[in-house]
Unconditional design. Structure first.
Length: 464
């Protein structure tokens, strides 16, 4: 028989969650299963910005665009090339239907677990009281023993950019598209920026990317960034390295971007992908005494708890890794901490072991210690790399671009990290992520019996 769950309260915990995104959904579902009385406040849809504007719509667009690039490779696979053209109305329907289906599924899940969902905006009145301004109802006050703030973030708009939603766009205004830009100028070469470059390039747009530093993806392994740059250049993307945008002007049917080094870029549309800011202004943080940093992110500890014992923050609002996967596990950990589960069996989050992916073509994924990072730290490592050009499944699929790189401890053989550039990298990285989390050795990967032929065999080859 299972032992009872230890509780911090002698009664059912009143757990209020502001924000129904990945962090909020996971926290609500897990806490409800543990016996809490849960209320979720969400002003848009259950699923939050990740489902409405960010992760899901962008990946749906990229998946559709992949059919076009696959068609372009058809001549290498024994077929006469056939041109595919996007049907924008059908594309918009596809994206919205996926979003709606996920929203309905999430809402039904929470409803089945007894979670109350209030549509509206919430704010703290005190550490134990939340005021909710409902969209279709009166303002109500909800008492709470614990509150999770998971209201996410929004695109950052610099003072020199006047976004109009027509020619000058944020990432949330770019899809589903009502038109395919003739020439899109993307400002920002981080993860979001390069995904949009790939997305619109696949739909036929001419694309120029303004790169403020000397490589795209400045926080990634230089070898990984170089592989993506090479693919961009091969497909006709213009890279403006070392250029920082300082102004955008709309001129009739086009736009002009001015850079600090005097370079000028003209295009039909401009997309801003230069980071985000937290949605923390209207949460009543001052009234509850919650500390934030100079950028507005809530300061949290390893439990995602703020300086106020009853108030937590997760997801983008916590200022940690802005990944939906990280937000989800943060929400789960918060639920466990609220319900008194804090033992060796419930390990604290190690953000250094979080896997991430970039859905370009080829895909990019990494986890754990990177080669350049280890070099900067003066840490001894062993790096092994195998190209997909030597992998039978990659050759069969007609896309042998990229490689698998594994970083390990030369003394113990323990896997410390890895990077993958190539087809299905976002799926394949899970093997390395599990190895990093569980302190597995390269020999454990080598001795695993992978399917043949498969892309995963490249992992065993790199580990061997």
């Amino acid at each position: 028989m299972d032992s009872p769950v230890p509780r911090r309260y002698p009664y059912s915990v009143r757990f209020v969650i502001l924000g129904g995104g990945p962090a909020g959904i996971q926290a609500a579902s897990h806490a409800a299963r543990l016996g809490a009385h849960v209320t979720v406040v969400e002003r848009d849809i259950v699923g939050g910005a990740a489902n409405l504007w960010d992760c899901i719509p962008s990946k749906a667009m990229i998946a559709s665009g992949a059919l076009i690039t696959l068609g372009a490779r058809s001549s290498r696979m024994g077929f006469v090339e056939s041109g595919l053209k996007p049907d924008l109305e059908e594309l918009r329907h596809r994206v919205s239907s996926i979003t709606n289906r996920l929203a309905v599924g999430n809402a039904r899940l929470l409803e089945s677990q007894g979670v109350r969902v209030l549509r509206g905006s919430g704010r703290l009145r005190s550490p134990n009281l939340v005021e909710v301004d409902q969209i279709d109802g009166p303002v109500v006050e909800v008492p709470a023993d614990a509150v999770l703030l998971a209201t996410g973030s929004r695109p950052r708009i610099p003072s020199w950019a006047k976004v109009d939603g027509e020619r000058i766009l944020t990432t949330r205004q770019a899809y589903p598209p009502h038109t395919i830009p003739e020439h899109l100028v993307v400002i920002g070469s981080g993860v979001t920026g390069v995904e949009f470059v790939h997305m619109f390039r696949s739909f036929g747009s001419k694309v120029s990317l303004i790169v403020s530093r000397q490589q795209v993806l400045p926080q990634k392994d230089p070898e990984v960034a170089a592989a993506l740059e090479a693919d961009f250049l091969d497909s006709g993307v213009t890279l403006l390295k070392g250029a920082r945008a300082i102004g955008i002007e709309r001129d009739g049917s086009g736009i002009t971007v001015n850079c600090d080094d005097g370079r000028v870029v003209r295009g039909s549309h401009c997309l801003l992908a230069i980071g985000s800011v937290p949605n923390s202004e209207e949460l009543g943080l001052d009234a509850a005494g919650v500390d934030v940093d100079q950028s507005g992110y809530v300061l949290v500890d390893r439990h995602c708890a703020s300086n106020v014992p009853t108030i937590y923050a997760a997801g983008d609002l916590s200022g940690r890794l802005p990944l939906a996967s990280v937000a989800s596990i943060q929400g789960r950990k918060v639920a466990e901490h609220v319900m008194g589960l804090d033992s060796l069996e419930h390990r604290h989050l190690d953000y250094d072991k979080a896997a991430s992916a970039i859905f370009t073509e080829p895909e990019i994924a990494d986890v754990g210690l990177a080669e350049a990072e280890a070099f900067a730290l003066g840490r001894k490592i062993r790096v092994t790399k195998v190209p997909f050009a030597a992998n039978s499944r990659a050759l069969i699929n007609g896309d042998p671009r990229g490689f698998v790189k594994i970083v390990s401890d030369p003394a113990t053989g323990v896997v410390l990290g890895g990077s993958i550039v190539g087809e299905r990298a976002a799926e394949l990285i899970s093997v390395i992520a599990l190895s990093v989390t569980a302190n597995l050795k390269v020999s454990d990967i080598v001795e695993s019996l992978f399917v043949h032929p498969s892309l995963a065999e490249a992992l065993a080859d790199a580990a061997d």
